[in-house]
Design a binder for this molecule. Structure first.
Ligand SMILES: Nc1ncnc2c1ncn2[C@@H]1O[C@H](COP(=O)(O)OP(=O)(O)OP(=O)(O)O)[C@@H](O)[C@H]1O
Ligand SMILES: [Mg+2]
Length: 334
């Protein structure tokens, strides 16, 4: 079991109220991602759950039991960090076995658990190597292996992939998602990368300055962001925000339209823009345009569309996909 409940959890460092007050329910077996900009309190919140920091006020429950004052080891959680912190002089086998040896388990039991974890993580052929003989992705898998053998009720990951190059991050994302499907254990995963959040999470918690802006599934946040912050944070490239007469005509202070919800034409449309930069990704092209009377707009179009720096392009927002926000930045619902 691995449900985690935060009740009015706050954290103050000296004068700084890093986390004012958070209530959150993490269900058993869920993959929950904390996402938000640098310094918003993601790691702090994870460390409070792990017991590596004491809460300033509030309560933390694991499976309904109050663990607010329990030591990290008593919480039954396993944490995986960005820096793998492997023992360089030990083999992969001994790195993974380390927590079990500390717990003085039988050798046969240890061997079985290590073999099982290595199989799940595709590390079987690497068990006798030292960490220095592994790639970054393999090292990160060893760190995860060390967490798996403890059979925690939940895994806590703090930006585990940020040391890896882009291609390896993509592969490891899939591997961690696959691991979650196999183990079905609660995972709480911290990242500032909204793509990781969107692709891995059952439930995303968007944090900003220590507050929860919104909690929801990836598509809920994409389709119905509650405010300008979430609207601008979830989705890549970012949502365009338009004020002025266009927004007023939609009875909003700010109108939001995603780059993928602009119909493009070389002949006609509601907005006329000049391409400043065209990013050709192959399948897609992102156009960054100066639009008369509107401002800077990013549009996403088919890679075959064929628009280049200096070209004139017409755009028509898909009004069924328009987001509207009031003067406080809160979403207006139709
Ligand atoms: N031990 C500490 N003492 C004082 N301030 C701290 C301490 N730990 C964190 N902070 C502050 O708390 C805030 C949140 O930090 P935290 O590490 O949780 O952010 P984060 O969301 O994980 O950021 P990043 O994406 O950069 O890792 C920051 O302003 C940070 O400077
Ligand atoms: Mg952090």
């Amino acid at each position: 079991m691995g449900s985690i409940t935060l009740q009015k959890v706050s954290k103050v460092f000296g004068e700084a109220k890093v986390i004012p007050s958070i209530d959150l329910e993490i269900n058993n077996g869920e993959f929950v991602v904390f996402v938000g900009p640098s310094g918003c309190g993601k790691s702090t919140l994870l460390r409070l759950i792990a017991g590596l920091e004491d809460v300033s006020s509030g309560h933390i429950l694991i499976d309904g039991k109050d663990v607010t004052d329990a030591a990290p080891a008593e919480r039954g959680l396993a944490m995986v960090f960005q820096s793998y912190a492997l023992y360089p002089h030990m083999s992969v086998r001994n790195n993974i076995a380390f927590p079990l040896k500390m717990a003085k388990l039988d050798k046969a039991v240890i061997d079985k658990k290590v073999a099982d974890a290595a199989r799940v993580l595709n590390l079987t052929d690497y068990l006798e190597r030292r960490p220095s003989q592994l790639s970054g992705g393999q090292r990160q898998r060893v760190a995860i292996g060390r967490a798996i053998v403890r059979e925690p009720s939940a895994f806590l990951f703090d930006e585990p992939l940020s040391n890896l190059d882009a291609a390896l991050r993509g592969t490891m994302r899939l591997e961690i998602s696959d691991l979650h499907h196999q183990l079905k254990t609660t995972m709480v995963y911290v990242t500032h990368d909204q793509v990781e959040a969107m692709t891995m999470a059952d439930k995303i918690v968007v944090l900003n300055r220590g507050n929860i802006e919104q909690v929801g599934s990836p598509l809920e946040l994409y389709k119905s962001p509650r405010n300008l912050f979430v609207a601008g944070f979830i989705g890549s490239p970012h949502m365009n925000f338009v004020t002025g007469t266009y927004a007023q005509s939609k009875n909003a202070k700010t109108a939001g339209i995603r780059p993928e919800h602009l119909g493009l034409s070389k002949d006609s449309g509601i907005w006329r823009g000049v391409v400043k930069v065209a990013e050709h990704l192959g399948a897609d092209t992102f156009l960054h345009l100066d639009v008369e009377g509107v401002g800077q707009i990013t549009a996403r179009c088919d890679g075959e569309f064929g628009a280049y720096h200096g070209d004139t392009v017409y755009m028509t927002p898909d009004e069924t996909k328009l987001h509207r926000f009031d003067d406080k930045g809160l979403a207006l619902r139709a």
